[in-house]
Design a protein around this ligand. Sequence first.
Ligand code: OAD
Length: 228
Amino acid sequence: MMTIPKIVILTGAGISAESGLSTFRAQNGLWEGYDVNDVATYEGYMRNPTAVHDFYNMLRRKLQHPNVKPNAAHFALAELEQKLGTDNVLIVTQNVDNLHEQAGSKNIIHMHGELLKVRNEKTGQIIDCFNDVNYQQNKLIRPHIVWFGEIPLQMEQIYDALSQADYFISIGTSGNVYPAAGFVQIANQTSAKTIELNLEPSLGESLFQTKIYGPASKVVPEFIKTFI
Ligand code: OAD
């Protein structure tokens, strides 16, 4: 019997671009209109918590707009997991949206947090959140988002999965942000096959053995077909 490959998939903002969510570093991307130091650091939050909540309130509303739905790339990854089994397919996403969940994927690590959750700063309790947060009403609730300078979530599980992976597929990420941008090196060291699927070459392009460039909704389903 053929052994089922173990696949770790890293996703970034590019996989959700065709679902209507802005990427960060494109022209007109999110980081063009906002200063990262203001809205994506703890120091920025301390300076002006209301402005930071306003930013994530805006993103939370956008995500829940009826036009924002998973695209063919999200669905292809969900199908891959269904066919190969949850033990064999792990999505590690940098995205704070829930489009992988909406498409039906189950084995997902949100290493940069989740927009539809908030966290109690004192107790660490994580709570679902679908509405705007008003800092004046509850000063202990912060976005469940990993800001610059903070440690991404579930890193041990991620490194463990990378050490066992037969394939590492990176989708829709520019390779600007570590530690995610370094996963390909770890995968290469453990002799996994490494694949980049992106609109354009990422910063880590030369580290991937296979690279296919085009919109995620096209290149992801085509590539995933090779496994199912
Ligand atoms: P970026 O905005 O840096 O990169 C998005 C990548 O997706 C780029 O390389 C684009 O070329 C590509 N892309 C755009 N449209 C695409 C499409 N339709 N199909 C395929 N690829 C497409 O976003 P990330 O790499 O995800 O962190 O950014 C990483 C982190 O930086 C984010 O998680 C966020 C940000 O600061 C936090 O907020 C903690």
